[in-house]
Design a protein around this ligand. Structure first.
Ligand SMILES: Cc1ncc(COP(=O)(O)O)c(C=O)c1O
Length: 443
Protein backbone atom coordinates (compact mmCIF):
# COMPACT_ATOMS: atom_id res chain seq x y z
CA UNK A 1 0.00 0.00 0.00
CA UNK A 2 1.30 3.42 -0.91
CA UNK A 3 0.61 5.61 2.09
CA UNK A 4 2.04 8.68 0.43
CA UNK A 5 -0.67 8.81 -2.23
CA UNK A 6 -3.31 7.96 0.38
CA UNK A 7 -2.28 11.04 2.38
CA UNK A 8 -1.66 13.57 -0.36
CA UNK A 9 -4.35 16.01 0.82
CA UNK A 10 -3.47 16.03 4.47
CA UNK A 11 0.17 16.51 3.49
CA UNK A 12 -0.81 19.87 1.97
CA UNK A 13 -3.49 21.01 4.41
CA UNK A 14 -2.03 19.90 7.74
CA UNK A 15 1.67 19.07 7.47
CA UNK A 16 2.01 18.87 11.25
CA UNK A 17 -0.57 16.08 11.55
CA UNK A 18 0.81 14.44 8.38
CA UNK A 19 4.22 14.14 10.06
CA UNK A 20 2.75 12.38 13.08
CA UNK A 21 0.87 9.96 10.84
CA UNK A 22 4.08 9.14 8.97
CA UNK A 23 5.89 8.58 12.26
CA UNK A 24 3.18 6.18 13.41
CA UNK A 25 3.33 4.34 10.07
CA UNK A 26 7.07 3.86 10.58
CA UNK A 27 6.58 2.74 14.17
CA UNK A 28 4.06 0.12 13.08
CA UNK A 29 6.23 -0.97 10.15
CA UNK A 30 9.59 -1.31 11.87
CA UNK A 31 8.79 -2.49 15.38
CA UNK A 32 7.30 -5.74 16.55
CA UNK A 33 3.87 -5.40 18.14
CA UNK A 34 3.06 -8.16 20.61
CA UNK A 35 0.06 -6.54 22.29
CA UNK A 36 -2.63 -9.23 21.87
CA UNK A 37 -5.56 -6.81 21.72
CA UNK A 38 -4.24 -5.09 18.61
CA UNK A 39 -4.15 -6.02 14.94
CA UNK A 40 -3.40 -4.57 11.50
CA UNK A 41 -6.50 -3.94 9.39
CA UNK A 42 -6.47 -4.43 5.64
CA UNK A 43 -6.23 -1.47 3.21
CA UNK A 44 -9.90 -2.11 2.31
CA UNK A 45 -10.95 -1.67 5.94
CA UNK A 46 -8.94 1.57 6.10
CA UNK A 47 -10.60 2.81 2.91
CA UNK A 48 -14.12 2.15 4.24
CA UNK A 49 -13.15 3.87 7.49
CA UNK A 50 -12.01 6.91 5.55
CA UNK A 51 -15.16 6.99 3.42
CA UNK A 52 -17.89 9.64 3.09
CA UNK A 53 -20.17 7.64 5.40
CA UNK A 54 -18.54 9.65 8.20
CA UNK A 55 -20.54 12.67 6.98
CA UNK A 56 -23.97 11.22 7.69
CA UNK A 57 -26.29 11.36 10.70
CA UNK A 58 -28.65 8.40 11.03
CA UNK A 59 -30.04 8.09 14.57
CA UNK A 60 -32.29 5.05 14.72
CA UNK A 61 -32.12 1.76 12.87
CA UNK A 62 -32.54 0.68 9.20
CA UNK A 63 -36.00 1.77 7.98
CA UNK A 64 -36.62 3.73 11.22
CA UNK A 65 -34.37 6.79 11.14
CA UNK A 66 -34.78 10.26 12.58
CA UNK A 67 -32.98 11.83 9.59
CA UNK A 68 -33.55 11.72 5.84
CA UNK A 69 -31.05 10.57 3.23
CA UNK A 70 -30.30 7.24 4.83
CA UNK A 71 -31.13 4.90 1.96
CA UNK A 72 -27.49 3.82 1.59
CA UNK A 73 -26.67 3.91 5.29
CA UNK A 74 -29.57 1.48 5.78
CA UNK A 75 -28.02 -0.89 3.25
CA UNK A 76 -24.54 -0.92 4.81
CA UNK A 77 -25.95 -1.45 8.28
CA UNK A 78 -28.13 -4.37 7.11
CA UNK A 79 -25.26 -5.89 5.14
CA UNK A 80 -22.94 -5.70 8.16
CA UNK A 81 -25.61 -7.20 10.42
CA UNK A 82 -26.25 -10.08 8.01
CA UNK A 83 -22.53 -10.88 7.75
CA UNK A 84 -22.13 -10.89 11.53
CA UNK A 85 -25.23 -13.08 11.98
CA UNK A 86 -23.86 -15.61 9.53
CA UNK A 87 -20.34 -15.70 10.96
CA UNK A 88 -21.31 -15.91 14.63
CA UNK A 89 -24.54 -17.90 14.09
CA UNK A 90 -26.72 -15.54 16.10
CA UNK A 91 -30.32 -14.35 15.77
CA UNK A 92 -29.78 -10.62 16.14
CA UNK A 93 -26.85 -8.22 15.93
CA UNK A 94 -26.45 -4.59 16.84
CA UNK A 95 -23.47 -3.11 14.98
CA UNK A 96 -23.79 0.43 16.34
CA UNK A 97 -21.75 0.32 19.60
CA UNK A 98 -18.92 2.83 19.34
CA UNK A 99 -16.54 0.33 20.94
CA UNK A 100 -16.34 -2.63 23.33
CA UNK A 101 -16.92 -0.72 26.57
CA UNK A 102 -20.12 1.02 25.37
CA UNK A 103 -21.33 -2.34 24.03
CA UNK A 104 -20.90 -3.87 27.47
CA UNK A 105 -22.60 -0.97 29.21
CA UNK A 106 -25.53 -1.40 26.84
CA UNK A 107 -25.88 -5.01 28.02
CA UNK A 108 -26.21 -3.83 31.63
CA UNK A 109 -28.69 -1.18 30.51
CA UNK A 110 -30.77 -3.77 28.67
CA UNK A 111 -31.01 -6.46 31.34
CA UNK A 112 -30.26 -4.84 34.73
CA UNK A 113 -31.64 -2.12 36.93
CA UNK A 114 -29.27 0.16 38.87
CA UNK A 115 -28.17 -1.63 42.04
CA UNK A 116 -28.67 -5.16 40.66
CA UNK A 117 -26.02 -7.77 41.43
CA UNK A 118 -23.67 -8.69 38.59
CA UNK A 119 -20.70 -11.06 38.38
CA UNK A 120 -17.49 -10.92 36.38
CA UNK A 121 -13.87 -12.04 36.36
CA UNK A 122 -11.57 -9.72 38.32
CA UNK A 123 -9.41 -7.40 36.24
CA UNK A 124 -6.30 -8.54 38.11
CA UNK A 125 -7.20 -12.12 37.15
CA UNK A 126 -7.61 -11.54 33.42
CA UNK A 127 -11.14 -10.07 33.27
CA UNK A 128 -12.05 -6.69 31.78
CA UNK A 129 -12.70 -3.36 33.52
CA UNK A 130 -16.30 -3.31 32.31
CA UNK A 131 -17.09 -6.64 33.99
CA UNK A 132 -17.56 -4.94 37.37
CA UNK A 133 -14.03 -3.87 38.28
CA UNK A 134 -13.87 -1.50 41.27
CA UNK A 135 -12.11 0.98 38.95
CA UNK A 136 -15.04 0.98 36.50
CA UNK A 137 -18.37 2.83 36.72
CA UNK A 138 -20.01 -0.59 36.29
CA UNK A 139 -19.23 -1.27 39.97
CA UNK A 140 -20.72 2.09 40.93
CA UNK A 141 -24.08 1.49 39.26
CA UNK A 142 -24.32 -2.25 39.98
CA UNK A 143 -23.34 -4.41 42.93
CA UNK A 144 -20.34 -6.24 41.60
CA UNK A 145 -19.18 -9.68 42.71
CA UNK A 146 -15.84 -10.73 41.23
CA UNK A 147 -14.46 -14.22 40.66
CA UNK A 148 -10.83 -15.18 40.30
CA UNK A 149 -8.31 -17.61 38.82
CA UNK A 150 -6.34 -20.27 40.61
CA UNK A 151 -2.55 -20.25 40.92
CA UNK A 152 -2.13 -21.99 37.55
CA UNK A 153 -4.20 -19.32 35.83
CA UNK A 154 -7.53 -21.13 35.31
CA UNK A 155 -10.91 -19.72 36.33
CA UNK A 156 -11.85 -21.08 39.74
CA UNK A 157 -15.19 -22.65 38.74
CA UNK A 158 -15.95 -23.72 42.31
CA UNK A 159 -15.74 -20.08 43.35
CA UNK A 160 -17.95 -19.03 40.40
CA UNK A 161 -20.60 -21.56 41.45
CA UNK A 162 -20.44 -20.64 45.13
CA UNK A 163 -20.63 -16.88 44.46
CA UNK A 164 -23.51 -17.32 42.01
CA UNK A 165 -25.51 -19.41 44.50
CA UNK A 166 -24.81 -16.96 47.36
CA UNK A 167 -25.48 -13.76 45.41
CA UNK A 168 -28.05 -14.73 42.74
CA UNK A 169 -26.73 -12.22 40.19
CA UNK A 170 -28.89 -10.81 37.41
CA UNK A 171 -26.02 -10.97 34.93
CA UNK A 172 -22.83 -13.04 34.70
CA UNK A 173 -19.95 -12.14 32.36
CA UNK A 174 -17.76 -14.81 30.82
CA UNK A 175 -14.85 -13.45 28.81
CA UNK A 176 -11.37 -12.14 29.31
CA UNK A 177 -8.62 -9.72 28.37
CA UNK A 178 -5.60 -11.56 29.70
CA UNK A 179 -6.29 -15.28 29.83
CA UNK A 180 -4.62 -18.06 27.88
CA UNK A 181 -7.03 -20.98 28.45
CA UNK A 182 -10.33 -21.95 26.88
CA UNK A 183 -13.20 -21.04 29.19
CA UNK A 184 -15.69 -23.71 30.27
CA UNK A 185 -18.77 -22.10 28.69
CA UNK A 186 -20.92 -25.13 29.39
CA UNK A 187 -20.22 -25.02 33.11
CA UNK A 188 -20.83 -21.26 33.14
CA UNK A 189 -24.19 -21.90 31.46
CA UNK A 190 -25.19 -24.52 34.04
CA UNK A 191 -24.33 -22.10 36.85
CA UNK A 192 -26.10 -19.10 35.24
CA UNK A 193 -29.20 -21.18 34.42
CA UNK A 194 -29.34 -22.59 37.96
CA UNK A 195 -29.71 -19.07 39.39
CA UNK A 196 -31.74 -17.59 36.52
CA UNK A 197 -28.99 -15.15 35.47
CA UNK A 198 -28.36 -13.77 32.02
CA UNK A 199 -25.02 -15.10 30.75
CA UNK A 200 -23.11 -12.70 28.51
CA UNK A 201 -19.92 -13.78 26.73
CA UNK A 202 -17.49 -10.99 25.97
CA UNK A 203 -15.56 -12.45 23.03
CA UNK A 204 -13.60 -9.26 22.25
CA UNK A 205 -10.22 -10.98 22.35
CA UNK A 206 -11.15 -14.23 20.66
CA UNK A 207 -13.68 -13.03 18.05
CA UNK A 208 -11.28 -13.54 15.12
CA UNK A 209 -10.47 -17.04 16.23
CA UNK A 210 -14.15 -17.87 16.79
CA UNK A 211 -14.93 -16.53 13.29
CA UNK A 212 -12.04 -18.48 11.82
CA UNK A 213 -12.83 -21.71 13.66
CA UNK A 214 -9.69 -21.92 15.82
CA UNK A 215 -11.47 -21.29 19.13
CA UNK A 216 -14.80 -22.75 20.37
CA UNK A 217 -17.76 -20.40 20.21
CA UNK A 218 -19.85 -19.80 23.33
CA UNK A 219 -22.92 -19.14 21.14
CA UNK A 220 -25.00 -22.15 22.27
CA UNK A 221 -24.35 -21.56 25.97
CA UNK A 222 -24.94 -17.85 26.39
CA UNK A 223 -27.80 -15.38 25.95
CA UNK A 224 -25.72 -12.46 24.70
CA UNK A 225 -22.31 -12.04 23.07
CA UNK A 226 -20.42 -8.77 22.87
CA UNK A 227 -17.23 -8.09 21.01
CA UNK A 228 -14.87 -5.43 19.87
CA UNK A 229 -14.18 -5.52 16.16
CA UNK A 230 -10.55 -4.36 16.19
CA UNK A 231 -8.73 -7.17 17.94
CA UNK A 232 -8.26 -10.64 16.37
CA UNK A 233 -11.29 -9.93 14.15
CA UNK A 234 -9.02 -7.42 12.35
CA UNK A 235 -11.60 -4.73 11.70
CA UNK A 236 -11.75 -1.04 12.59
CA UNK A 237 -12.18 0.03 16.22
CA UNK A 238 -15.81 -0.70 17.10
CA UNK A 239 -18.18 -3.01 18.91
CA UNK A 240 -21.10 -5.39 18.36
CA UNK A 241 -23.77 -6.94 20.57
CA UNK A 242 -25.27 -10.25 19.53
CA UNK A 243 -28.37 -12.00 20.82
CA UNK A 244 -28.37 -15.79 20.60
CA UNK A 245 -31.19 -18.29 20.11
CA UNK A 246 -30.86 -19.19 23.78
CA UNK A 247 -31.15 -15.46 24.60
CA UNK A 248 -34.43 -15.11 22.71
CA UNK A 249 -35.76 -18.26 24.37
CA UNK A 250 -35.08 -16.73 27.78
CA UNK A 251 -36.49 -13.33 26.84
CA UNK A 252 -38.33 -12.77 23.55
CA UNK A 253 -37.79 -9.02 23.88
CA UNK A 254 -34.03 -9.26 24.42
CA UNK A 255 -33.08 -8.01 20.93
CA UNK A 256 -35.41 -5.01 21.31
CA UNK A 257 -34.00 -4.28 24.76
CA UNK A 258 -30.42 -4.34 23.42
CA UNK A 259 -31.29 -2.05 20.51
CA UNK A 260 -33.08 0.41 22.73
CA UNK A 261 -30.16 0.38 25.22
CA UNK A 262 -27.79 1.47 22.42
CA UNK A 263 -30.21 3.99 20.91
CA UNK A 264 -31.77 6.09 22.38
CA UNK A 265 -30.60 5.18 25.88
CA UNK A 266 -26.81 5.41 25.54
CA UNK A 267 -25.74 6.59 22.12
CA UNK A 268 -26.79 9.08 19.45
CA UNK A 269 -25.91 8.82 15.78
CA UNK A 270 -24.08 5.65 14.69
CA UNK A 271 -20.58 5.95 13.21
CA UNK A 272 -21.50 4.85 9.71
CA UNK A 273 -17.97 4.86 8.30
CA UNK A 274 -17.05 2.51 11.14
CA UNK A 275 -20.02 0.25 10.42
CA UNK A 276 -19.02 0.11 6.72
CA UNK A 277 -15.49 -0.85 7.75
CA UNK A 278 -16.79 -3.52 10.16
CA UNK A 279 -18.78 -4.91 7.22
CA UNK A 280 -15.63 -5.05 5.08
CA UNK A 281 -13.71 -6.82 7.86
CA UNK A 282 -16.54 -9.34 8.26
CA UNK A 283 -16.48 -10.11 4.52
CA UNK A 284 -12.75 -10.76 4.89
CA UNK A 285 -13.43 -13.01 7.89
CA UNK A 286 -15.64 -15.21 5.69
CA UNK A 287 -12.79 -15.97 3.27
CA UNK A 288 -10.75 -19.19 3.49
CA UNK A 289 -7.45 -17.37 4.13
CA UNK A 290 -8.95 -15.87 7.29
CA UNK A 291 -9.36 -19.42 8.61
CA UNK A 292 -5.66 -20.01 7.93
CA UNK A 293 -4.81 -16.81 9.81
CA UNK A 294 -7.02 -17.79 12.75
CA UNK A 295 -5.35 -21.19 13.02
CA UNK A 296 -1.88 -19.76 12.62
CA UNK A 297 -2.44 -17.26 15.47
CA UNK A 298 -2.87 -20.19 17.86
CA UNK A 299 -0.05 -22.25 16.34
CA UNK A 300 2.27 -19.26 16.64
CA UNK A 301 1.24 -18.58 20.24
CA UNK A 302 1.84 -22.23 21.19
CA UNK A 303 5.24 -22.21 19.45
CA UNK A 304 6.24 -18.95 21.13
CA UNK A 305 5.18 -20.19 24.57
CA UNK A 306 7.04 -23.49 24.15
CA UNK A 307 10.21 -21.77 23.00
CA UNK A 308 10.06 -19.30 25.89
CA UNK A 309 9.67 -22.19 28.34
CA UNK A 310 12.57 -24.05 26.79
CA UNK A 311 14.67 -20.90 27.25
CA UNK A 312 13.83 -20.95 30.96
CA UNK A 313 11.09 -18.30 31.08
CA UNK A 314 8.00 -18.78 33.25
CA UNK A 315 4.85 -18.90 31.11
CA UNK A 316 1.74 -18.93 33.32
CA UNK A 317 -0.17 -22.21 33.10
CA UNK A 318 2.72 -23.80 31.18
CA UNK A 319 1.52 -22.67 27.73
CA UNK A 320 -1.48 -21.30 25.88
CA UNK A 321 -4.62 -22.43 24.05
CA UNK A 322 -5.29 -19.02 22.55
CA UNK A 323 -3.51 -16.06 20.99
CA UNK A 324 -1.83 -14.79 24.13
CA UNK A 325 0.20 -15.72 27.17
CA UNK A 326 1.31 -14.22 30.44
CA UNK A 327 4.95 -14.37 31.49
CA UNK A 328 5.98 -14.17 35.14
CA UNK A 329 8.93 -11.75 35.40
CA UNK A 330 9.34 -11.87 39.18
CA UNK A 331 7.77 -9.64 41.84
CA UNK A 332 7.00 -6.15 40.45
CA UNK A 333 9.34 -6.61 37.47
CA UNK A 334 6.87 -6.42 34.55
CA UNK A 335 7.66 -2.74 34.10
CA UNK A 336 11.39 -3.42 33.60
CA UNK A 337 10.69 -5.99 30.92
CA UNK A 338 8.14 -3.78 29.13
CA UNK A 339 10.45 -0.74 29.11
CA UNK A 340 13.56 -2.70 28.07
CA UNK A 341 11.60 -4.33 25.23
CA UNK A 342 10.50 -0.88 24.08
CA UNK A 343 14.16 0.06 23.64
CA UNK A 344 14.63 -3.15 21.64
CA UNK A 345 11.72 -2.29 19.31
CA UNK A 346 9.31 -4.85 20.77
CA UNK A 347 5.99 -3.64 22.20
CA UNK A 348 3.96 -5.46 24.81
CA UNK A 349 2.30 -4.56 28.10
CA UNK A 350 3.03 -5.16 31.76
CA UNK A 351 0.25 -7.20 33.35
CA UNK A 352 -0.73 -8.75 36.65
CA UNK A 353 -0.27 -12.50 37.00
CA UNK A 354 -2.52 -14.83 39.04
CA UNK A 355 -2.14 -14.10 42.78
CA UNK A 356 0.27 -11.30 41.89
CA UNK A 357 2.56 -10.56 44.85
CA UNK A 358 2.90 -6.96 43.64
CA UNK A 359 0.39 -4.24 42.66
CA UNK A 360 -1.56 -3.61 39.41
CA UNK A 361 0.60 -0.53 38.68
CA UNK A 362 3.83 -2.46 39.23
CA UNK A 363 2.69 -5.95 38.24
CA UNK A 364 4.88 -9.03 38.12
CA UNK A 365 4.20 -10.10 34.56
CA UNK A 366 3.76 -9.14 30.94
CA UNK A 367 1.06 -10.08 28.42
CA UNK A 368 1.99 -10.89 24.86
CA UNK A 369 0.35 -12.40 21.82
CA UNK A 370 0.59 -13.24 18.17
CA UNK A 371 -2.26 -11.64 16.11
CA UNK A 372 -0.11 -8.92 14.51
CA UNK A 373 2.91 -11.13 13.88
CA UNK A 374 0.57 -13.67 12.27
CA UNK A 375 -1.08 -10.99 10.13
CA UNK A 376 2.41 -10.01 8.93
CA UNK A 377 2.90 -13.60 7.75
CA UNK A 378 5.23 -14.85 10.46
CA UNK A 379 5.13 -18.53 11.37
CA UNK A 380 6.60 -20.92 13.95
CA UNK A 381 10.15 -20.38 12.68
CA UNK A 382 9.94 -16.65 13.36
CA UNK A 383 8.40 -17.33 16.79
CA UNK A 384 11.67 -19.02 17.77
CA UNK A 385 13.59 -15.91 16.77
CA UNK A 386 11.20 -13.68 18.72
CA UNK A 387 11.44 -15.90 21.81
CA UNK A 388 15.23 -15.63 21.56
CA UNK A 389 15.00 -11.81 21.56
CA UNK A 390 12.62 -11.83 24.51
CA UNK A 391 15.04 -13.96 26.51
CA UNK A 392 18.01 -11.78 25.58
CA UNK A 393 16.14 -8.66 26.69
CA UNK A 394 15.03 -10.43 29.87
CA UNK A 395 18.68 -11.17 30.67
CA UNK A 396 19.45 -7.46 30.41
CA UNK A 397 17.07 -6.65 33.28
CA UNK A 398 18.30 -9.41 35.60
CA UNK A 399 20.16 -6.99 37.90
CA UNK A 400 17.13 -4.72 38.51
CA UNK A 401 14.75 -5.05 41.46
CA UNK A 402 11.87 -2.75 42.37
CA UNK A 403 12.45 -0.91 45.68
CA UNK A 404 9.62 -1.07 48.24
CA UNK A 405 9.27 2.69 48.89
CA UNK A 406 7.14 4.82 46.53
CA UNK A 407 9.63 7.72 46.23
CA UNK A 408 12.60 5.40 45.83
CA UNK A 409 10.76 3.58 43.03
CA UNK A 410 10.36 6.72 40.92
CA UNK A 411 14.07 7.61 41.18
CA UNK A 412 15.06 3.99 40.58
CA UNK A 413 12.92 3.72 37.45
CA UNK A 414 14.34 7.00 36.09
CA UNK A 415 17.84 5.62 36.55
CA UNK A 416 16.79 2.29 35.01
CA UNK A 417 15.41 4.09 31.96
CA UNK A 418 18.70 5.92 31.42
CA UNK A 419 20.66 2.71 31.69
CA UNK A 420 18.54 0.74 29.24
CA UNK A 421 18.47 3.54 26.70
CA UNK A 422 22.25 3.25 26.48
CA UNK A 423 22.29 -0.56 26.51
CA UNK A 424 24.23 -1.84 23.47
CA UNK A 425 22.62 -5.32 23.46
CA UNK A 426 19.13 -3.77 23.33
CA UNK A 427 20.19 -1.50 20.45
CA UNK A 428 21.56 -4.51 18.59
CA UNK A 429 18.29 -6.41 19.07
CA UNK A 430 16.40 -3.35 17.78
CA UNK A 431 18.33 -3.57 14.52
CA UNK A 432 17.62 -7.30 14.21
CA UNK A 433 13.92 -6.66 14.91
CA UNK A 434 13.83 -3.99 12.20
CA UNK A 435 15.36 -6.39 9.72
CA UNK A 436 12.71 -9.03 10.37
CA UNK A 437 9.94 -6.42 10.21
CA UNK A 438 11.20 -5.34 6.78
CA UNK A 439 10.82 -8.91 5.57
CA UNK A 440 7.26 -9.15 6.94
CA UNK A 441 5.61 -5.84 6.01
CA UNK A 442 2.30 -4.59 7.37
CA UNK A 443 0.83 -3.63 3.97
C1 LIG B 1 -12.64 -8.50 26.89
C2 LIG B 1 -12.75 -7.05 26.53
N1 LIG B 1 -13.95 -6.47 26.52
C3 LIG B 1 -14.12 -5.18 26.23
C4 LIG B 1 -13.05 -4.38 25.90
C5 LIG B 1 -13.28 -2.92 25.69
O1 LIG B 1 -13.10 -2.51 24.42
P1 LIG B 1 -12.81 -0.98 24.07
O2 LIG B 1 -11.41 -0.72 24.50
O3 LIG B 1 -13.02 -0.96 22.60
O4 LIG B 1 -13.80 -0.15 24.80
C6 LIG B 1 -11.77 -4.95 25.86
C7 LIG B 1 -10.63 -4.11 25.49
O5 LIG B 1 -9.51 -4.34 25.74
C8 LIG B 1 -11.61 -6.31 26.21
O6 LIG B 1 -10.41 -6.89 26.24
Amino acid sequence: MNFESHLENIKKTDPEMYDWILKEIDRQKYTLELIPSECITSPSVLEALGSVFTNKYSEGYPGKRYYGGNQFVDEIEKLTQERAKKIFEVEHVNVQPYSGSPANFAVYTAVCQPGDIIMGQALTDGGHLTHGSPASATSKYFKSVQYHVTEDGEVDMEEVERLAKENKPKLIWVGTSAYSKILDYKKFAEIADSVGAYLAADIAHIAGMVAGGSHPSPVNNVHIMTTTTHKTLRGPRGGMIMVTKKGLEKDEDLAKKIDSAIFPQLQGGPHNHQIAAIGVALAEAMKPDFRDYAKQIVKNAKALAQELISLGMKVIGGGTDTHLMLVDCGKGRGVFFQDALDVAGITLNKNTIPKDPSSPFYPSGVRLGTPIMTTRGMKEEEMKIVAGWLKRVFDQIAEFDLPEGKKERIAYLRDFQKKIEGNEELKKIREEVKELCQKFGIY
